[in-house]
Design a protein around this ligand. Sequence first.
Ligand code: HEM
Length: 414
Amino acid sequence: MTEDALPGFVELTAADPAYSACPEARLAPLRRRCPVHADPLTGHVLLARHADARRLLADPALWRHPSRARPDTLFHRFTALRPVDPAVPPGERTSILMLDQPDHLRIRTPLQQAFHARVFRARPLVEEVVADVLEGLAGAPAFDLVAAFAEPVPIHAIARILGVAPERREEFRRWSEAIILTLNPLRTPEEDAAAIAATDALHAHFAELMAARRKVPADDLVTDLVQAQAAGAPLSDREILLNLTALLVGGNLTTTDLIASGVRLLLLNPEALARLRADPSLAAAAVEETLRLEGPVDVTPRIAPSDMEIAGVPVPAGTPVFALLRAANRDPEVFAEPDRFDLGRQAGGAAPHLAFGGGAHSCIGAALARLEARVAFQRLFAAFPGLRLAGEAPAWRSLPGFRGLARLPVATGA
Ligand code: HEM
């Protein structure tokens, strides 16, 4: 790319090594020179300002499913893993993540009610999960914080919330990892095959669990959902399966990335870390600053249902419009000194960051991710008073649309 050229959609993803190395070098000029950018290569419109992105996400008239995007756009090709029978109703084809109204609201309402009630009571469970993972690390002089801490915490927490038996958790983790590959539009045929096999295995496991919980209820989300269904919630068995899977796919990698990026930012900002050590209640502010500065999700789409205009730029019907969440979260019109990690920002009444999106599709797992990351920061830094970074340049993963560390070598001073 030349200095003057505006970056297109693909050059704003982690698949581009220059973007990964320094996203701001591409996002800041875009926000300044062309904050509503129609990318000719992909047919997407990109929004780099906080105000435009926020308005887009809050608009209930916009669509979400890729099949509704114009066929000549890249987003239209973010298709399902296998061909879908048009006779199958929309709610049984895809999870709430890509579903449009009225099915989205019909399914999301009971799912959210049951899930949030569980998350509300999940602190002791999350404390236990984090303590177990830390126990396994006791005395270790050095480890990769991603593999040893940030990955196991979310997968164990969600497995317990859903109700997966301890002896099945390892399988469950492998399936979850294979299915995450479906989020990569540039995936290989081998990755497709692995994701299809894992989806089938996971669905079979959830179907077994649902049958078991109908006979003998347990203290878990699968029980809550089959009971809600029996009490009249308008959810089919397949809709429950698809959305249990969405909780896994939406929640694991993202929360891993939040924990690992937050630990890195705190280790890079010793003053903030000292404040957090002195006052662990600042973990909440550390989580929000991590979400704002190094949010795990870079972009989220909507689709124009009819011809429209955004800040004077024409947006024809069927155009995918992407909110560049990272660019919005560092918009200097909204956040003073936007590149600074500032634990005091929240107390100063900062505008909301957009790391969890917004409107009807806003992240259903935000409260769980926040809870896990707060407990993770508090317990990790208490367990390892001498924790420090051991690697040189950070190693970022290359999954388009996401921002996360592949590895984070740390030394404990033990
Ligand atoms: C730090 C961690 C997380 C981040 C940054 C994140 C971010 C997001 C974003 C940006 C969206 C799209 C919002 C929009 O388009 O307006 C989303 C949706 C979603 N997230 Fe999360 N997420 C996280 C954790 C979780 C967790 C823990 C779960 C579940 C256990 C989860 C499940 C979902 C689901 C199911 C959706 C689709 C909601 C809908 O379309 O109605 N996420 N998330």
